[in-house]
Design a protein around this ligand. Structure first.
Ligand code: NAP
Length: 324
């Protein structure tokens, strides 16, 4: 008998066909809640769940006693209770590596856009305000030769740092759980305590995962340590930052600008002042959102779930202890 999959999220026709050859498939729309009453019968039979933004709770797991694997189409898994899965012997697979360079591109786009005021000035041109050559009030800040402070120095943090060091001659500082001597050699990067990094960097770019330890890692005290000319970039998760402290820091000139791909609440509430501020570039969580990368992420998730349900080791397994 074929195993059953619940699919919630975008897979290509070819990817769906690949899974359909091997498994019975139940496709849910993106807008339905995974644990809505009408889905409980599907969960009860499911051996695997694949999709993005999956809202997994212990109650949902109770409703899915046959579940062997969850394959999320993302590298971050802060929406999934990993310990609970591990306790039940359920594998969790994610999609690292294939999105690293694209997400780093997004980070660098935010660095350039905030420093050179690209969005603000493009809007200014659109509004027909370009009547004479611009004056210092609209000048930006250099990126090349400045100091880039990476908060988190894993795959994506290192890829942003490479762009800065090799492309823009930036000095790289990093704060990270463990030292990265290879990158220190490759890029001349220096490991700093977080507070020291905040005080020295011209650009502070956050790439740590959201965990109990990193929630609100950056708040009012941390913004106060940054230079008034400092630019803050977040491409990790919104809750790593105390968003009301960020708003205050931007309003009060504690820092100069922010480039944000992620927010405490997504989609961003209409009442949020952030996207309306001229010194903020706000993006709708597009870190990995290119055709090529989203397709590669979906394929990695398909490969992960196929291997897991065929009894083989998935390519990207978060909780190793569940693989027997
Ligand atoms: P990664 O390779 O695991 O890197 C995370 C780094 O953070 C690691 O180097 C880790 O240290 C460090 N770290 C973890 N907890 C820390 C703490 N408490 N203090 C200091 N450093 C800490 O992950 P990645 O692939 O670069 O992805 C990072 C995050 O980016 C993801 O978790 C996700 O939330 C986010 N992301 C966002 C988007 C987007 O669309 N905006 C796209 C992809 C990813 P060690 O090296 O010592 O373990």
């Amino acid at each position: 008998m074929k195993k059953r999959l619940v699919v919630q999220g975008r897979l290509s026709d070819a990817q769906l066909a690949e899974l359909n050859d091997l498994f019975e498939m139940d496709e849910l729309s993106k807008t339905t809640k995974l644990d809505a009453p009408e889905n409980l019968a599907l969960l009860a039979q499911a051996h695997g769940i694949i999709g993005s933004g999956l809202a997994i709770t212990p109650q949902l797991l109770d409703a899915a006693p046959n579940l062997e694997v969850i394959a999320t189409v993302s590298v971050g898994y802060d929406n999934i209770p990993v310990d609970e899965l591990t306790k039940r012997g359920i594998m969790l697979c994610n999609t690292p590596d294939v999105l690293t360079e694209t997400t780093a591109d997004t980070g660098f786009a935010l660095i350039m856009a905030t420093a050179r005021r690209v969005v603000e000035l493009a809007e200014w041109v659109k509004a027909d305000k370009w009547q004479a050559s611009i004056g210092p009030a609209l000048f930006g800040s250099d990126v090349h030769g400045k100091t880039l402070g990476m908060v988190g120095f894993g795959r994506i943090g290192q890829a942003v740092a490479r762009r800065g060091a090799l492309g823009f001659g930036m000095q790289v500082l990093y704060s990270n759980a463990s030292p990265k001597p290879d990158l220190e050699n490759e890029l001349g990067a220096q490991r700093h305590e977080l507070n020291e990094l905040l005080a020295e960097a011209d650009f502070v770019c956050v790439t740590v995962p959201l965990t109990a330890e990193t929630e609100h890692l950056i708040g009012a005290q941390q913004f106060a340590l940054m230079k008034p000319s400092g630019i803050f970039i977040n491409i990790a998760r919104g809750k790593v930052v105390d968003e009301s402290a960020l708003i205050q820091a931007l309003e009060n000139g504690v820092i100069q600008a922010a480039g944000l791909d992620v927010f405490a609440q997504e989609p961003l509430a209409a009442s949020s002042p952030l996207p309306k501020m001229s010194n903020v570039v706000a993006l709708p969580h597009i870190g990995s959102a290119t055709h090529e990368t989203r397709d590669a992420m979906a394929q990695r998730a398909v490969d992960n779930i196929r291997l897991a349900l065929q009894g083989e080791r998935p390519i990207s397994l978060v909780n190793e202890e569940t693989y027997r």
